[in-house]
Structure formats: structure tokens, C-alpha cells
Ligand binder design. Structure first.
Ligand code: MG
Length: 350
């Protein structure tokens, strides 16, 4: 088993092993005095994995409740959170009990936020089952829900008790979801690790998933432990996201997946960087090739004007400026702060 230790304010471990789902009860037993556990999962994940996780928890003497919510980003709402709270209260969960977030990013974000706020905060265990959640959203302690006005506008920083990653869960993922996760995987290479980027260029990442997950989780761990509350370095993880979020917004939530939008955002911002003399020439082309290799799009039909308008509505622009992450070269990233009024001009490439 691969173990990655995260030394945030409240330290925890990320365990990576095939088949780990069946020993989640034993692992959790070593981490808590809880008697009750509520598994939170969606209607897609429940029929595939709920039973295995439940059985593993029952063998360790936990009382187990399950709360299943309708799958989809459109259900990442306060209404779903309210239904989770009811389920926790009906099951008489106490402050020493544990929520298990079993599923993709949406599930982890919401179950995590329920854990951060129910009884002013209880423990939760992350069992991410999508590539995107395994390499990204399950690490770092960000939890939250969407509002009609935008994504993740309500939330809390709440570190999990542990993260259990079973790469076998990826074998049941539709191709579209694997591609989605690859957007973030490529991002890690771009911002921090040229060698890993070259590996993605050279090899078939899908054949080396355990290693890929470990590398990504370690990069995220390193960044997050140096900047737990996103005051500085952590912003580098937003490479490709300023324009990516704008594309997502313009496409309507659910119109394009997050990872695909990030792929387009990375290529675009690298291209802009080259035009502005910030990024080493040829970088955008390399990123585009890797994105294509893993089935990701590299361009969008939206204009610089539309993208700039959409990006300005993002919650991270509140301070009158916008700070896209740029690359110096593959593996080396920086934040380029731009005044809001200059942003459209900045992203317009002749
Ligand atoms: Mg992301």
C-alpha cells in the first residue's frame, strides 16, 4: 500500500491500494472511537460500491446508516445538504461519529461540508471513486456547495480523517470521466513537475494509474501543506481554471466537464503567455498535444470578450483584479495579477 502523509493543521494519511474498498472498515477502526457511521453517496455510486463499504464497516462493529442523493452537479445544492443533515440527525449521529464520503468530487464536497458544519464539525473519511476526486478534490480539505449564482460559493476548509483511494474503482468509470480527471493530472505536470509531464507525453498514463495518482496526490499535498487556506502558492493549482471556469459558465453547468474546460484553459493561457513573452515558446503546443493524446479538447468557440466577462463574475475576482496562473515553462508556474479592466486585452491574442 502506498501511503502519503499530509501535514496540515490536522494531519492525515492518504492510502492508495487496489481493493482497498474492502478494508475500509478496518482502516477506519484504527482511526476513530466512533460507533455510528453514515455513508453518503449518490445514485450512480450506490449500486456499485455501497454494499462493499457497508459490509466492511459492519464487520468492525460500526452501526451504519446510508444517505443516497440524486447524482449530478445540479444537485450540489443546499437542499441536498439539508437532506444529509436530516439523515444524520435521524440516525442520532454524535460529535464523535463519522461520515464516509463515497463517490466523486460532488459527493466529497457535500459530504465534507455536512461534516464541517453538522454539530459544528464531525470527522469524515474520503473514499473518492473518480480519477478527478482521487487526484484533486479529495486532497486539501476544501468542501462546499453551489448556489444559483455560482459554483462553490458556500463551504468550509475541513480536513478529512483519512483518504482511501482504490484505483480499481476507476475500471467502472465511463471514458468521459477518465478524460475529465486527466485534465487535472496534466495540470500537475504543467505547474510543478516537468519530468511527470514528459512521462505523460511518453507513456500511457491509464496503464500506470497507481503511480499517476501517487505523483498527483504528492504534488497537491506539498502545495496544500505549505498553504492550507489558499493565501498564495495554492493558487497555482488553479492553472487553466480562470478561463476553464469561464468556459464552464458560458457552456452552462453540465455543458462541458470541468477537466475538459481546464484543458482548454491551460492551452489558451499558455498561448497567451507565449504571446506576452512570459512563457517559453512551444509550451502551448506541448500541452495541446498531451491534452489531445488523452482525449481532451484544446480550443473553444467563445471569444476573449465573452471569456473575460464570464471570468470577472468568478468569486476569486472580488478584489478588483484577476490572477491567472501562467507558466514560465513546463514544470514552473507563476501568478500574474492583472487589473480587471485590463483582463480582456490581456487574453486577446491577435
Ligand atoms: Mg479543478
Amino acid at each position: 500500500m502506498k501511503t502519503v502523509h499530509v501535514s496540515t493543521g490536522k494531519p492525515y494519511d492518504i492510502f492508495i491500494e487496489r481493493g482497498l474498498l474492502d478494508s475500509c472498515g478496518k482502516l477506519l477502526r484504527g482511526l476513530t472511537q466512533a460507533t455510528r457511521v453514515t455513508i453518503v453517496c449518490d445514485t450512480n455510486v450506490a449500486p456499485i460500491y455501497k454494499q462493499r463499504v457497508q459490509s466492511s464497516l459492519l464487520t468492525q462493529g460500526f452501526s451504519v446508516n446510508t444517505h443516497i442523493f440524486p447524482a449530478g452537479e445540479q444537485n450540489k445544492t443546499l437542499d441536498t445538504i439539508a437532506s444529509i443533515y436530516s439523515s444524520l440527525a435521524d440516525f442520532r449521529m454524535t460529535r464523535k461519529d463519522v461520515i464516509v464520503a463515497l463517490g466523486g468530487g460532488v459527493c466529497g464536497d457535500m459530504a465534507g461540508f455536512a461534516a464541517a458544519s453538522y454539530l459544528r464539525g464531525i470527522d469524515f473519511l474520503q473514499i473518492p471513486t473518480s480519477l478527478l476526486a482521487q487526484v484533486d478534490s479529495s486532497v486539501g480539505g476544501k468542501t462546499g456547495v453551489d448556489l444559483p449564482q455560482g459554483k462553490n460559493l458556500v463551504g468550509a476548509f475541513h480536513q478529512p480523517l483519512a483518504v482511501l483511494i482504490d484505483p480499481d474503482t476507476l475500471s467502472t468509470l465511463p471514458d468521459e470521466f477518465m478524460r475529465d480527471g486527466m485534465g487535472e493530472v496534466i495540470k500537475y505536470g504543467c505547474i510543478k513537475d516537468a519530468e511527470f509531464f514528459e512521462f505523460l507525453e511518453r507513456e500511457n498514463a491509464f496503464k500506470r494509474l497507481e503511480d499517476v495518482i501517487e505523483v498527483c496526490v504528492k504534488i497537491k499535498r506539498d502545495v496544500v501543506s505549505r498553504d492550507e487556506r489558499e493565501a498564495g502558492e495554492r493558487m497555482l493549482l488553479n492553472f487553466g481554471h480562470t478561463l476553464g471556469h469561464a468556459i464552464e459558465k458560458l457552456s452552462g453547468f453540465g455543458g462541458i466537464t470541468h477537466g475538459m474546460a481546464v484543458a482548454v484553459g491551460m492551452v489558451m493561457i499558455a498561448n497567451i503567455g507565449e504571446e506576452r513573452g512570459i512563457t517559453e515558446p512551444g509550451t502551448a503546443e506541448r500541452i495541446a498535444s498531451v491534452c489531445k493524446k488523452y482525449g481532451l479538447p484544446t480550443s473553444t468557440r467563445f471569444s476573449a470578450h465573452e471569456l473575460a466577462q464570464a471570468a470577472m463574475g468568478d468569486k476569486k475576482t472580488a478584489l478588483g483584479s484577476i490572477s491567472p496562473v501562467m507558466l514560465k515553462r513546463i514544470g514552473e508556474s507563476l501568478i500574474r495579477k492583472t487589473a480587471l479592466e485590463d483582463f480582456e486585452r490581456f487574453i486577446t491574442v491577435p
